[in-house]
Write a protein that binds this ligand. Structure first.
Ligand SMILES: NC(=O)c1ccc[n+]([C@@H]2O[C@H](COP(=O)([O-])OP(=O)(O)OC[C@H]3O[C@@H](n4cnc5c(N)ncnc54)[C@H](OP(=O)(O)O)[C@@H]3O)[C@@H](O)[C@H]2O)c1
Length: 243
């Protein structure tokens, strides 16, 4: 198959690109910085495009069999719109060019009412801190993206991982419709779960929770990294945003 991967140059996107190539597909890896993309392999085309630019997005999407998106930005106080607007541009291009299958990454934090993600300290203290304070603007935009994807008429799957961390290889991770009580998801597992959607209809038009249970990272280190990363790469603000 011919697969476009948005967010291909991010930590999950790079793993996903490798896995999709290894599975024998042709990949258009989308990044704003093609010169920095670390992979070079038969079947790989690295494409420079910004998801805010609908013409660039359309050029990538035309002729693909499916689109995978690991697009993301760090937490920030400013309103975030890359998930909703970027994925909106991707979906419009897909509709125009008859590309039906979309698998995009959201987060388990978009739906706090679904259930806890860990023990009492995590669900009562850390989870509210992450969803209502550190990540409030990000999760607001993910919810806008999820709503638009669900309305799109495409053959979509929304992936909801929990806190991302690294494992050396794919573990015995779990998936479920809508919700899993898991605090963490390995990026390698998330990538594998997305790759599997290309050959399965089990989660078409469904939200897929994906979580890793065999290994776990240091929670404090993860939160510190997420909190500090917002200074390094702020998302664009809404037009006219005074802040
Ligand atoms: N971190 C967590 O614990 C966590 C938990 C749950 C869900 N998630 C979600 O999981 C996904 C993957 O996360 P990740 O940490 O692997 O990746 P990431 O660092 O959030 O970002 C992925 C890539 O998105 C691309 N991107 C951002 N804005 C873009 C734009 N305007 N146009 C084109 N590309 C753009 C960037 O690539 P270029 O700069 O190369 O263009 C970036 O490397 C994200 O959606 C994230 O929100 C993360």
């Amino acid at each position: 198959m011919k697969i476009a991967i948005f967010g291909a140059n991010g930590p999950t996107g790079r793993i996903l690109t490798r896995q999709v190539l290894d599975a024998g597909h042709a990949v258009a890896a989308v990044t704003r910085n093609p010169g920095e993309f670390p992979l070079d392999a038969p079947g790989l085309t690295v494409v420079g495009a910004d998801v805010y630019n609908s013409e660039e997005v359309e050029r990538v999407v035309a002729g693909q069999d499916a689109v995978l998106s690991t697009l993301g930005v760090p937490y920030g106080r400013q309103p975030i719109r890359v998930y909703s607007e970027g994925t909106g541009n991707i979906m419009r291009a897909m509709t125009r060019h008859g590309v039906r299958r979309l698998v995009c990454v959201s987060s388990s934090a978009t739906d706090p009412a679904a259930g806890p993600h860990g023990g009492i300290f995590f669900s009562k203290v850390l989870q509210p801190l992450i969803t209502n304070l550190l990540g409030r603007t990000l999760y607001e935009d993910m919810r806008r993206m999820e709503a638009a994807v669900a309305e799109s008429g495409l053959e979509w799957t929304i992936m909801r991982p929990s806190g991302l961390f690294e494992t050396e290889s794919v573990t015995d991770y779990r998936m479920a419709v809508d919700y899993l009580n898991g605090t963490f998801t390995s990026r390698t597992d998330l990538a594998d779960s997305m790759l599997r959607q290309l050959s399965s209809s089990e989660y078409v038009r469904k939200v897929a929770a994906v979580a890793t249970f065999d290994q776990k990272p240091s929670l404090i280190r993860m939160i510190a990294r997420e909190a500090s990363s917002k200074k390094s790469a702020p998302d664009r603000t809404f037009e006219g945003d005074p802040s």
